[in-house]
Design a protein around this ligand. Structure first.
Ligand code: ATP
Ligand code: MG
Length: 373
């Protein structure tokens, strides 16, 4: 088989980006500032691949396939509503791209089991999602699966929230190992030179969003820290929430109970009070935020005033997204079509990567062509 160059497989000469989301709910404000904003900004200048990690949703909800299916459509709809343009960016479902699974198996041999289990993101998820000792074998495997999600596309950059950095570090380690073992790259090589020196996989760079970790609406978790806003933790404002839901959630949200008797301004640390974290993130009127925060610390203004302002600010941000969402909600078949088209484009690249990886591993016994219909 003659392999095409990677730019030919994708039909684009722009550098590639890969990132994704688990379909465990709809997109929320954490995704917006952690990742969606970046994706919107990058989609014109990069060849973007946005993966919906449906297999990873099975790590914690294998008993709820209907919910996962609905969530796949919800997330795709959210992206289109947020302004992702399916004519320039590729939106696709993970399980439609079999090369990812095949790479996962090979990559799983390149990392010790204990190294995977030391991953702090997995540990946090086990704690925050209260999985105890009852997680499936597939749960830690998803960390290696995510390495394959990324490397199947050999991207130059991966836009993510801070919680994903340990996964990206694992990706970098497995990339180096593969390139050293199967492509003969010298271990002393600088990360940026791996491909130049004959490696198949780039040593990828994370790109964090404007806000690395947006906190949720709830009280602090077991470790005393506010939990990140998360689809799975029931502490999120969704991009698809209507104005009434936004109002109800914000009016009922957790604020710092020490606030009223705070003598030390440190006690009203915005890091411990999601009301201020959200104001600082979303209110463009920074002078108002600074002034009101001072008054709040001194007990001169209460939660309600700040909450009302936050409701206004959030509704202004998500109103246009809501309007566009309504249009896509009415056309679920079109959303599915976008995902099918995306699968075709994604497979073109991932199949090429797998074929090249098999060549490097000397396991290239035959060729194949995938058909998506
Ligand atoms: P789950 O609770 O099911 O893990 P999640 O809300 O963490 O869901 P993911 O699908 O795991 O969402 O994450 C998708 C992307 O959004 C990742 O890049 C992640 O880092 C980013 N992200 C998620 N939540 C936040 C947040 N609160 N702040 C900043 N970025 C976030
Ligand atoms: Mg997550």
């Amino acid at each position: 088989m003659t392999l095409t160059r990677s730019t030919e497989a994708s039909g684009s000469s722009k550098p590639r980006i890969l990132t994704g989301d688990t379909p465990t709910g709809r997109l929320h404000l954490g995704h917006y500032v952690g990742s969606v904003e970046n994706r919107l900004a990058l989609q014109k200048d990069y060849d973007c691949y946005f993966l919906i990690a449906n297999k990873h949703a099975f790590t914690t909800r294998a008993d709820r396939p209907d919910e996962i299916r609905q969530s796949v459509i919800d997330i795709a709809t959210d992206y289109l509503a947020a302004g992702i343009d399916p004519n320039i960016a590729t939106l696709f479902i993970q399980s439609e791209v079999p090369a990812i699974d095949e790479l996962t198996f090979f990559f799983a041999m390149l990392v010790p089991f204990n190294r995977v289990m030391r991953n702090p993101t997995l540990k946090d998820e086990i704690r925050d999602k209260e999985l105890g000792d009852n997680y499936s074998f597939g749960f830690p495997l998803y960390a290696v699966g995510q390495v394959a999600d990324i490397l199947a596309f050999r991207p130059v950059m991966v836009p993510v929230g801070e919680d994903q950095l340990p996964h990206l570090e694992l990706t970098r380690e497995i990339s180096r190992r593969f390139n050293q073992l199967y492509c003969g790259v010298d271990p002393q090589t600088e990360d940026r030179d791996y491909v130049k020196k004959g490696g198949l996989f780039p040593i990828i760079e994370p790109k964090l969003g404007r806000v690395k970790r947006l906190v949720g609406l709830g009280a602090p978790g077991a470790n005393g820290e506010l939990l990140k806003m998360s689809k799975s933790l029931n502490n999120a404002i969704f991009l698809s929430d209507d104005a009434e839901a936004v109002q109800k959630k914000i009016m009922g949200m957790y604020t710092d109970p020490k606030r009223l008797r705070a003598t030390d301004p440190g006690e009203t640390n915005p890091d411990k009070n999601p009301l201020w974290a959200l104001q600082e993130t979303f209110n463009p009127d920074t002078a108002w935020v600074a002034e009101q925060q001072e008054a709040y610390r001194n007990g001169k203004v209460g939660d309600v005033v700040i909450k009302r302002k936050l409701i206004e600010v959030i509704n202004t941000l998500i109103d246009p997204i809501r309007t566009r969402r309504k249009q896509f909600e009415a056309r679920p078949d079109d959303v599915l079509d976008v995902l099918k088209q995306g699968a075709r484009r994604a497979n073109a690249v991932a199949e090429e990567t797998l074929a090249l990886a098999k060549q490097k591993m000397k396991q290239d016994y035959s060729t194949r062509t995938l058909t998506i219909s």
